[in-house]
Design a protein around this ligand. Structure first.
Ligand SMILES: *Cc1c(COP(=O)(O)O)cnc(C)c1O
Length: 427
C-alpha cells in the first residue's frame, strides 16, 4: 500500500515557525478511527477491554484519547502506573504486566487496585510477602516454550524468551493461588511481536482458550479473562498489507464460541494489550535535511538522530520516508539518511531510493507513533524532541515540550552545571 504522510510540506513549514524540527507529531483522527474499529471488532465479547501498552507511547494527552474508547492501561513500571493513574485510568482498568518486578512496583500496583499479571511462579511468594496478602484477582503469564509457528511459518521463539510460566507451572500456580484464596484468574501470553497477518490473534486465542478450559477443569480455578496481550503489527514497508482488525475480531469470536462457548465458559472476558497497533501508524518523526555529503556514498544529514527513533539503529528496522513536497517525483536517487551521533549505526535508512533531495527539505519518517519517542535516550548529550498533536480540525497542540539543557543537567544535585555553563553576561 502506498504510504502517505498525514502532514504536508505547507503545514510543516507553518508548524516550524513555532516548533523547530525535529519533532514527533501524532494524528488524532487516525488514532480515533482505529480505536473505534478495535472496539467494534471485539464488541461481541461483553467483557472485552483493550489495555493500551503505555510503554509504546507514554503521553497522557494521547492516552486520554484512548480512554474515551474504553481503553485501560497496560503498565510495567512505577512511572507507567503513575502516568495511568494521572489520566484517571485506575483500579482494574490497569493491567500490571511486568517482569523481574521490584517490590515497590507491586506495592503501588496493589495500592492502585490494578490487576497484577504474574510473570513467574516464584512471584506468588514474593507478592504475598510484599503485600502481606494476595489480591482476589490474579493473572499468570504463559510461555509454552519452543517456537510459535503458524502452519509452516515460524513467527517467534518463546523458548528463548525470559517471560512467563511453563505449562506445568501454570497448573501448579493456579492450584497454589486457589488454595490461598484467589477467586478470579486470568491467562496472559505474548508469543510473537509485530505480526502483519490476520492469523496471529486467532491462533494464539485458540491455544489460550484450550488452556483455559483445561486449567478450569483440572484446578477448579474460575477463569475470568484471557489476555491476548500485544503483537498485532503494522505495515512498516509499502508492500505489506495492513491487518484487518474486523476480521481478526471475527476469527477470535469463532475460536471463542467453539472452545469456550461449548465448554460452558461463555463468561470469559477477552483482553488485549496492544501498543504498536494503537499508535504506530499515527505518528511521524519530522526532520529537516541540514547537510549533504558526497564521499564513498551519498549521505543526507538530518537534524533528528537515533535518540529520537532508535528502531533503525537497534533492529535495522525499516521506516518509510517521505520527502515532503516531492511526493510525486521519481525515487531515482540512492541515499543513506543519517543523524549526528558519533555512532555509525545512526542511520534512518541505508541505500534508500528517494527523489533528489535539496538541503532544507523536510522529511517524514513514518510509523513512529509507537516505540518511537518512548525508546529515546540522551546519548551524546542529545535532547528529547517535542511531541505535537494534529487535531481533527487541523490545529496543532504541543503535548510535550522539547527538553532543554537545563533538563539534561537537572539530576546533578549540588553541582549546578547548567548555571555555570551559561555564558557570562558582559557589562
Ligand atoms: C510491549 C508489550 C505489549 C505491547 O506490544 P505491541 O507489540 O506494542 O503490541 C503488550 N504487553 C506486554 C506485556 C508488553 O511487554
Amino acid at each position: 500500500m502506498e504510504k502517505k504522510a498525514f502532514v504536508t510540506r505547507e503545514l510543516v513549514e507553518e508548524i516550524t515557525k513555532t516548533y523547530p524540527t525535529p519533532f514527533h507529531i501524532y494524528d488524532e483522527r487516525g488514532i480515533r478511527e482505529n480505536a473505534e474499529a478495535l472496539r467494534e471488532a471485539f464488541s461481541w465479547n461483553p467483557g472485552y477491554k483493550e489495555f493500551f501498552a503505555v510503554k509504546a507511547t507514554p503521553n497522557p494527552f494521547l492516552i486520554r484519547i484512548l480512554k474515551e474508547y474504553g481503553c485501560g492501561c497496560d503498565c510495567s513500571s512505577y512511572t507507567e502506573l503513575m502516568l495511568s493513574n494521572a489520566v484517571g485510568i485506575k483500579g482494574e482498568d490497569i493491567m500490571f504486566s511486568s517482569n523481574d518486578t521490584p517490590a515497590e512496583e507491586f506495592l503501588l500496583a496493589a495500592e492502585l487496585g490494578a490487576i497484577i499479571n504474574l510473570d513467574d511462579i516464584t512471584h506468588i511468594d514474593f507478592l504475598e510477602k510484599t503485600l502481606g496478602y494476595l489480591p482476589k484477582t490474579l493473572s499468570c503469564r504463559f510461555n509454552p516454550g519452543g517456537y510459535f509457528s503458524m502452519g509452516t511459518d515460524i513467527m517467534d521463539n518463546p523458548g528463548d524468551a525470559k517471560y512467563g510460566f511453563t505449562r506445568e507451572q501454570m497448573f501448579e500456580g493456579f492450584r497454589i493461588l486457589k488454595a490461598k484464596g484467589v477467586e478470579h484468574f486470568g491467562i496472559h501470553a505474548f508469543l510473537a511481536s509485530n505480526t502483519v497477518t490476520n492469523e496471529y490473534y486467532p491462533v494464539l486465542a485458540r491455544q489460550l482458550f484450550e488452556l483455559a478450559v483445561e486449567l478450569q477443569r483440572q484446578t477448579g480455578a474460575h477463569i475470568s479473562f484471557v489476555n491476548l496481550s500485544g503483537g498485532i503489527g503494522i505495515p512498516y514497508t509499502p508492500d505489506q498489507e495492513p491487518n484487518d482488525i474486523r476480521l481478526i475480531g471475527e476469527k477470535v469470536r469463532e475460536a471463542y464460541e467453539e472452545i469456550l462457548g461449548s465448554a460452558g465458559m461463555g463468561d470469559v472476558a477477552v483482553y488485549t494489550e496492544l501498543g504498536r497497533f494503537m499508535m504506530g501508524p499515527y505518528g511521524h518523526l519530522v526532520t529537516k535535511v541540514i547537510h549533504q555529503k558526497h564521499t564513498h556514498k551519498e549521505y543526507l544529514g538530518v537534524d533528528a538522530c537515533a535518540v529520537n527513533l532508535m528502531r533503525p539503529a537497534m533492529y535495522g528496522a525499516y521506516h518509510h520516508i517521505t520527502v515532503l513536497g516531492r511526493e510525486g517525483e521519481a525515487c531515482d536517487h540512492k541515499y543513506d539518511v543519517t543523524g549526528s551521533l558519533c555512532e555509525n549505526n545512526d542511520k534512518f535508512a541505508i541505500d534508500r531510493m528517494l527523489p533528489e533531495v535539496k538541503t532544507g527539505d523536510y522529511m517524514v519518517i513514518h510509523d513512529t507513533g509507537a516505540h518511537g519517542f518512548s525508546m529515546g535516550y540522551n546519548y551524546n548529550g542529545k535532547l528529547r524532541s517535542a511531541e505535537l498533536l494534529l487535531h481533527e480540525d487541523g490545529s496543532v497542540e504541543l503535548i510535550r515540550r522539547a527538553e532543554t539543557p537545563e533538563d539534561y543537567f537537572a539530576t546533578f544535585d549540588g553541582f549546578d552545571i547548567y548555571k555555570k555553563l551559561l555564558p557570562e553576561k558582559s557589562g
